[in-house]
Design a protein around this ligand. Structure first.
Ligand code: AMP
Ligand code: ZN
Length: 145
């Protein structure tokens, strides 16, 4: 928990929110400035800024809650689909430094875009560069297996 963090304050009930789900590790509540009706934020109760700072236990718990909630949120607001995303770090546009998963119910009529459209490529990335990037990432993930 962090004293001034707005989402920690929501967890503690110090500021009002429209909570839709809560368990020992996670909380879900409506975004105060929804992109579409039903726009929900799913957060861990542990205060960390970014997904890579979560413990594996909290990461699993968070994804389990997300998995259980998404279809139910869509049903509740009559949306056939949703976009799910995390602004992970300030440079990605994250404003609240307590990790949160946005669940944004979607329909064909909402005039929105797709996740791949959030950044514009500065240049073409060809097959050779793809291979180099993949190799670099494999080097950084070698410790996982
Ligand atoms: P971001 O950090 O950019 O991923 O987005 C933070 C989100 O938190 C925004 O969509 C805000 O509308 C939302 N938000 C900020 N304060 C509150 C609050 N008190 N209750 C609910 N949602 C909030
Ligand atoms: Zn917090």
């Amino acid at each position: 928990m962090s004293g001034q963090c707005v989402f920690c304050r929501i967890i503690r009930g110090e500021i009002p929110s429209e909570k839709v789900y809560e368990d020992e590790r996670a909380l879900a509540f409506l975004d105060i400035h929804p992109s579409t009706p039903g726009h929900t934020l799913v957060i861990p109760k542990t205060h960390v800024s970014r997904i890579e700072d979560l413990s594996e236990e909290d990461a699993s718990a968070l994804f389990r809650v997300l998995h259980r909630l998404v279809g139910r949120i869509q049903s509740a607001v009559g949306a056939p689909a949703s976009t799910i995303g995390i602004n992970n770090g300030q440079e990605s546009g994250q404003e609240v430094p307590h990790i949160h998963i946005h669940v944004i119910p979607r329909s064909r009529s909402d005039r929105g875009g797709i996740i791949q459209g959030i950044a514009r490529p500065q240049r073409h990335i060809g097959r050779e560069e793809l291979s180099q990037i993949a190799e670099r990432i494999r080097e950084h993930t070698a410790d996982l297996s």
